[in-house]
Design a protein around this ligand. Sequence first.
Ligand code: ZN
Length: 446
Amino acid sequence: MALRRATFRLYPTKQVNDLLHYHRRLHKELYNAAVHNRVNSYKKFGKSVSYFEQQNFLPYFKDVWIEYKQVNSQALQSTLKRVDFAFQRFFKGLAKYPRFKSIRHYSGWSYPSFTGWKTHSTGDNGYLELAKIGHIQMRGKARLWGHPKAMDIVYRNGKWYASIVLEVDEILLKSSRQTDTGIVAIDLGCNDAIAWTNGKENGLIAAPRFLRKAGDKNKRLGKAKRRKRSPNFKKKIKASRRWKKAQKQVSKLWGKVANQRQNWVHQDTTRIISGNSTVVTEKLEVKKMSAKARKGKRKKQKSGLNKSILDVGMGMIKDALKAKLSDVGGLFVEVPTRRVLPSQTCPKCRHQEKKTLDQRIHFCKNCGYHQQRDIASAEVMLLWYSNNLQELGTSFLDVDGFSSTSNTSKRKNTGSLKQLSRAKRQKSQATLGDVETPGDNVVSQG
Ligand SMILES: [Zn+2]
């Protein structure tokens, strides 16, 4: 059994909408009460409260706060789990100390099992039935449908969503799998979004500039907002009604951009997957690349780069590719960038030479090969992948693990690109200031 997630937009009636908001508020208050309980008991008695203590206290809590009796108790438990999760993350040093949440920053609640709700759907629109709340019209289409196991109710940008976890039959999954065997290498660039090659054909998928298009509108809205009275919590100034109105327009715009981007990512990754079951791409540290450059000439150039990286959402593209490949039983391979240096290597003769960021064409001084820069990088990646396959002579599955281990001492195949780059590694490590090579101290595992 495999688990899949499908998200539907909800269209509640006015009455149900009010109830949904009421429930969201109850969950938010429980969340804050649980945070307060933990903080207080530690401050006053030096005793830390566990999740189970809070869970066992829920029935008594409901005796006092009787409005919680109409809320699904497993949903209440999952809200307590969210608090527990927030503290766990703090103890692990992954997040800040949990704070009280305002209703604006409280997204919704979860049903951790199949009780308290029911779907009347086969994956294509339908109805959602929530106990004590009512029937809600649901719109959307799941790629695969199965047994609903759990659900999150999410309120975002003024809209309600149901994100349903489904248990999908393996047989159904297999029948949806394609039998394609193609291999494609892609380079997630900035100027042209995605450069791809399968060895015979290549091409560029242009990056949409949603942010830039929306940017002008955002500028205008921002200006209008600045002229209005903004809230100041410390000075106890409330936002004016006009400011709130302007703010609403801004968040509406961003919501739209987010949707457009997601749409684009899904459509284009589907296009990449069709006909191919293996996707080879570069290991990228998006975070590192979009970190602000503080000083120097590169500042402006880099901030433009940052904008387009964020614009396209490389992380989103990769995640979508991974998810789709796992559905079709395909393989997602990440090339170790610092060993292979796709953007600096000639795919024909493997001659290595650094390019500056504005050099959009690969022109090899050694063999005269001429190609668009990102396509050339993709070609190097494809070459690396097929060389490794020959070297290993093994099944597909080993390759993914192979790319993250560096146990290469036994192999003596001098022709491989990998060995070439190994010989050059010392040299390249000395000159790692380039933007395109993410930092060495960041260890990431695919
Ligand atoms: Zn060359």
